[in-house]
Design a protein around this ligand. Sequence first.
Ligand SMILES: Cc1ncc(COP(=O)(O)O)c(C=O)c1O
Length: 409
Amino acid sequence: MRFALYGQLADEFGTPLWVIDEEKIRTNYRKLKKALRANYEKIKLYYAMKANSSLSVLRILRKEGACVDTASPGEVLLALRAGFSPSQLMFTAPNVRNEELRFLLDRGIKINVDSLSELRRLLKIGIPDFISVRVNPGVGAGCHPYDVLGGKGSKFGLSKEKALEAYEVAKHSGITRYGLHMHIGSGILSVKPFLKAGRKLLELAKEAHQGGIEFEQIDFGGGIGIPYKPEENEIDIEDFSAEFLGLFKQKIEEYGLGSPTFAMEPGRCIVGNAAVLLTRVNTIKNTSSKKFVGVDAGFNTLIRPALYRAYHDIVLEKSAEPSERCDVVGPLCEASDFLALDRNLPKVEEGDLLVVKNAGAYGFSMSSPYISRPRAAEVLVKGDRYELIREREGVADLLRHQRIASWLE
Ligand SMILES: Cc1ncc(COP(=O)(O)O)c(C=O)c1O
């Protein structure tokens, strides 16, 4: 833990502050790529930029040779600005508007369609070279019910029957290049759900293939988790790769699918442990039932604890053993505004700097200016070098898009 640096950065740039470690991102990416490549030649990793869409993070991953999974026109524009070419981008999102489909078609971006409705609307606008269908393989998994995106009742993807219908529709429209896609959830720490869902996806690939579809790419989505809690273990990525690609290779051979690209869309496992959130304690409140540690980051800054009851390790530069049970709470007027509940920490005092760990995924990208608190700044660190990569928002940002109605002047 780089406490001296964190203290310096907090003094220089203020808090709350995101601190991103470039080397960690590179290491995470390389490790996953290497493990997958060890088992199959044709691998493509589309970094799921919804996890962290900072331009510098995107640029690091472009330099590493990644492609990108985008989920909105805004993400597409950011990825292009970071230097990716349209051919390196994929688009995967539910409930896409027609003008967004036109935007993607105009730029030649590969689309994972999420419904027959979307496919039919797309084909009325134009015929893409390539189409991929997002399938719900009937299996979901994730670290919280809101992180489970496959299985019964999920709004995502098409059932097997509907997916086969989609390929028929696509084939009759003249499309010649095909992909297949699933994303079953997020924060998964075992290979089992991937194997179970992957098997279903590959069975579907077989049926579509029998109907004349040649797959260029089969995309198994994101979802590889990271350990947040002390008792959780990292997924062994070499084992994961050997097992998952073992299944993939066996089935593509058995089903005669040729040698499609094996794609994944990792987000969390690339950036999750690569950033911390620094937040300063301003208030200590002891009540008859508990101690509250009041900090300057609430769910406007890091929403994961409020939204998913997510656990983030919190440390402070005190050598003492944890001795006090407290709630770490933010500055918002909401009962759900907490970073940690009933957490054992060393004695915390006003002015202490807290380091919220593993905050790189779905941190800044899910933050908001709720209660008119402008969003926090980001700093990128590389060894001893650091640089501000996103300025702290200010009052001007709160005012920028609004005006008072003329009749109220
Ligand atoms: C379609 C899709 N792909 C990839 C991801 C990335 O998931 P993760 O960050 O768990 O790897 C997500 C996240 O929700 C997603 O919706």
